[in-house]
Every structure is written in structure tokens, then in C-alpha cells.
Design a protein around this ligand. Sequence first.
Ligand SMILES: NC(=O)c1ccc[n+]([C@@H]2O[C@H](COP(=O)([O-])OP(=O)(O)OC[C@H]3O[C@@H](n4cnc5c(N)ncnc54)[C@H](OP(=O)(O)O)[C@@H]3O)[C@@H](O)[C@H]2O)c1
Length: 189
Amino acid sequence: MDIINSNYKLLMENDDETESLGLSDSRNGITIIAAAAANDALGKDNKLIWHISDDLKRFKQLTSGHAIIMGRKTFESMPNALPNRRNMVITRNKDYFAKGAEIFYSIEDALSVVKNDSQPFIIGGGEIYRQSMALADRIELTRIHKEFDADTFFPNIPKTKWKLIKEKKLLTTKSDSVSYSYLTYIKKT
Ligand SMILES: NC(=O)c1ccc[n+]([C@@H]2O[C@H](COP(=O)([O-])OP(=O)(O)OC[C@H]3O[C@@H](n4cnc5c(N)ncnc54)[C@H](OP(=O)(O)O)[C@@H]3O)[C@@H](O)[C@H]2O)c1
């Protein structure tokens, strides 16, 4: 199975994992979730560029039951809307229709209707992350410790505005092992 298919198979699985990753705390709020390479690479040709199954499982576990807000290009990079989540797509195209998703014409509009969600997630891509840095309270970043060729990048996380509160380093078990870390940042008050 190629990277794209195995990534989306994991994201689409409609299972019922309930094990807690112990990642939540009282300061969740609007959360950016992303996986970025050492050079901030996010994707290329509207696709993800690596396959780290544990990271995709973590993504699914964290976001399940919550709103996921994404740019139109990210939505179109997936075969379908993601199950067990409120899929919200941002576009400027007033005629846009996306099966299984709600359409909004700004990130602020999408956020205004998820006030009862304790942790709405902003799931990309690059354009939407850039515009969301000022709106988010928290970043769940998977940092892959390798550079990748890409056309979409994660924005800089300024130390003056964001505090790193958790860091966990891991290694993929596959033969092409690559190390990565789960980093949690909260916005400084
Ligand atoms: N590594 C990761 O964690 C991760 C996560 C998600 C995505 N990705 C990758 O990121 C890439 C896609 O990112 P991208 O930056 O190209 O696109 P994107 O952020 O997913 O979507 C951009 C689109 O969102 C809409 N948009 C953006 N700002 C808007 C605003 N202020 N108001 C209304 N609509 C707005 C526009 O849609 P219209 O053109 O329809 O108006 C725009 O073309 C892909 O390669 C994907 O695989 C990586």
C-alpha cells in the first residue's frame, strides 16, 4: 500500500478506541494539530509526504468527537470527510459543496458555531494554519526530525507567544526509521 492510501486508511477507520492518551488538560481550547518536518514541511502536491501510523492514530484519538476545521485544499486531499468528527471546510467559493462537511467562508465564522465544543481542532493546511496562529490557544505538533521536499509549510512558532509544555520523543519502528516528537504548546497569557 502506498503512503497516501495507508495514511487515509488509518484516518478513515471507524473504530471505537477509547484508551486515553492522557493529553488533555484544563487549557485545551482552539487547538491547531499538525505534523511538520524539521524544515516545517507539511505536504507536497496536496498530499502528505510521510506515513507514521502512530501519529495518525493519535490524530484520530485526539480529534474524534470534536469539530475539525480545514481549508478546502486539505478537504480535497482526503477521499472523504473524516468519521466521528464535525467536518468544517473553509473556502471563498460561495458555490462550494463538500459531501459530509459544513462550509464556511472564514475561520472565524466556523469557530463562532463551535462554542459548545471544548476543543475544536484546526487541522490545516498551511494557509489555514498561518491564519489560525492568532486565534488558537494550543498547538499539538508532531515534529518529524528530518527534512522533506515540500510546497506547503507550517508557520514559525514564536517563543515570545507560545510556551512548550510537553515533549515526547519517539522513533518509528519501520526499517526507514525516522524520529519524531509530540510537542504541546500553549499560548502565553
Ligand atoms: N502535515 C500536516 O499536518 C498537514 C495537515 C493538513 C494538510 N496538510 C497538507 O497541506 C497541503 C494543503 O495546504 P494548503 O495551504 O495548500 O491549503 P489549505 O490551507 O488546506 O486550503 C487553502 C484553501 O482554503 C481556503 N481559504 C484559505 N483562507 C481562507 C479565508 N481566509 N477565507 C475563506 N477561505 C479561505 C481557500 O479555498 P478556496 O480556494 O476554495 O477559496 C484556499 O484555497 C496539502 O499538501 C496537505 O496534504 C498537511
